[in-house]
Design a binder for this molecule. Structure first.
Ligand SMILES: *Cc1c(COP(=O)(O)O)cnc(C)c1O
Length: 458
């Protein structure tokens, strides 16, 4: 790939970074019970915990904050956003919510019944949570290549069409209210889904009289990968690709904290007036009136502008180029990472990094802890802690992938910051054989334990 290296913006406002010593960080992480979520952000130098809501807004977005219309109903900011959604996605009906999981809560209340089956490509954890809490089942139909970090597949987020077809062949179709494709596929490492795959899944859904939805948090990054990697899309604009992607689906949920380039916000898009009306009732109950949902008027305006900026090619080139920059650095040091580079993060394969630490001792979490101590850098474990226990047996689930994710916030860090990150990882990698013991859990919640888990060194 030939990325333009330069940011298509200059910097008007800056935020101070606070430094700490290694000795202090050892104390901070111990006090945080070796859980990176428990750290105070002021004690983190480079925060790669998530790319969600951590974006830097542009001067034009901040202008929208000032222009926000805070009327309860029919605000101008709402109509601004409506125009953008029609223009970019071609959707007439939409509902604003306060974030992605709220969109799931509202839409799934209208669509999912107990006992339903919801196929998809590695459902995001809150999506799965909102399916399972309704006593329905999320079935992962991602292609096999996704769980092999070394497999070089251009669209590792793709749905396995055979798996999906088999499911439709064996299940009562009325039991499958929709299929959901996550773009890009977060859980499989920010890996994209091809246009052909979207089209093929849409056809299967149509043949079986079932809806197709997007979980569209990183729709623009997905469009960029289609342009770069899929035959026939090189000369298409990101806007054209986005329009085509969304033309195949019946609806979407979106966390706008990612490609919306805002700090909070969510959306639901629908083609069916009937479903829109059903969802509207839940939106009013859970989120707010139809023309603001869970957001302030100013946030609607900033989101409208953010969506337009996120679909600019020069922005995406620099954004994904930066992720690729860190990826290439780590690759050149032979550090085991998920390949090829994804859209929003670099994922270190902790099973390969620390082969001497068994999965029962949380090697990816250990790597996260050591990286914090070494450089004040905060990543997040995507491994055994995140996988929770099997609800039936109560035993730890050991996922195929044991990863430390380094998510890159949009427009926040420079390449110098990423050089620093790469150097610190290299330093740990050089002495990787010195680490012989992992961590053990001393306290955990029954569900979504990774947020609040307390650990100790073995
Ligand atoms: C972040 C995210 C969500 C949930 O959105 P929130 O805004 O965090 O509530 C759902 N799906 C995907 C793919 C996401 O990345």
């Amino acid at each position: 790939m030939n990325f333009s290296e330069m940011e298509p913006y200059k910097i008007k406002m800056v935020e101070r970074l606070k430094t700490t010593t290694k000795k202090e960080r050892k104390k901070f992480i111990k006090n945080a019970k070796f859980n990176l979520f428990n750290l105070k952000s002021e004690n983190v130098l480079i925060d790669l915990l998530t790319d969600s809501g951590t974006n830097a807004m542009s001067d034009e977005q901040w202008s929208e904050i000032m222009l926000g219309d805070e009327s309860y109903a029919g605000a101008e900011s709402y109509f601004k956003l409506k125009e953008t959604i029609e223009d970019l996605f071609g959707f007439e009906y939409f509902l604003p919510t306060h974030q992605g999981r709220a969109s799931e809560n509202v839409l799934f209340s209208a669509l999912i019944k107990e006992g339903n089956i919801i196929p998809g490509n590695a459902h995001f954890d809150t999506t799965k949570g909102h399916i399972e809490s309704r006593k329905a089942e999320a079935i992962d139909c991602t292609i096999e290549e996704a769980s092999d970090t070394t497999a070089e597949h251009p669209f590792k987020g793709n749905v396995d069409l055979n798996k999906l077809q088999k499911l439709f062949a064996t299940e009562d179709n009325s039991n499958i209210p929709f299929v959901i494709i996550t773009i890009t596929c977060n859980s499989a490492g920010g890996q994209p889904v091809s246009m052909k795959n979207i089209k093929d899944v849409a056809k299967i859904c149509k043949d079986n009289d079932t809806m197709l939805l997007f979980d569209a948090a990183r729709f623009a990054e997905n469009a960029f990968f289609i342009k770069e990697r899929e035959k026939g899309y090189k000369s298409k604009t990101i806007k054209e690709i986005v329009k085509e992607m969304f033309s195949y689906v019946d609806g979407f949920t979106m966390s706008c904290k990612k490609d919306g380039i805002v700090n909070i916000g969510g959306l639901i898009g629908l083609r069916s007036k009937d479903i829109y009306q059903k969802a509207s009732t839940y939106n009013i109950m859970y989120e707010g009136y139809l023309t603001y949902g869970g957001m302030a008027g100013r946030d609607l305006g900033a989101l409208s502008q953010g969506l337009r900026e996120a679909t600019k090619y020069s922005y995406l080139q620099s954004r994904i180029g930066k992720v690729k920059y860190l990826f290439d650095k780590l690759d050149s040091y032979n550090i085991p990472i998920q390949k090829p580079a994804g859209g929003h993060a670099v994922f270190i394969d902790a099973k390969k990094f620390f082969p001497q630490i068994p999965q029962s001792q949380f090697p990816a979490q250990l790597l996260g802890v050591e990286l914090y101590i070494e450089g004040g850098i905060r990543g997040v474990e995507i491994g055994t802690l995140l996988a929770d226990r099997d609800p039936k047996t109560g035993k730890n689930r050991y996922p195929d992938l044991e990863l430390l994710r380094l998510a890159i916030p949009r427009r926040v860090y420079t390449k110098n910051h990423l050089d620093y990150v790469a150097n610190k990882i290299k330093k740990i990698y050089k002495k990787r054989e010195d680490y012989n013991k992992g961590l053990k859990i001393v306290r955990e919640a029954p569900i979504l334990r990774h947020f609040t888990v307390e650990l100790e060194r073995l």
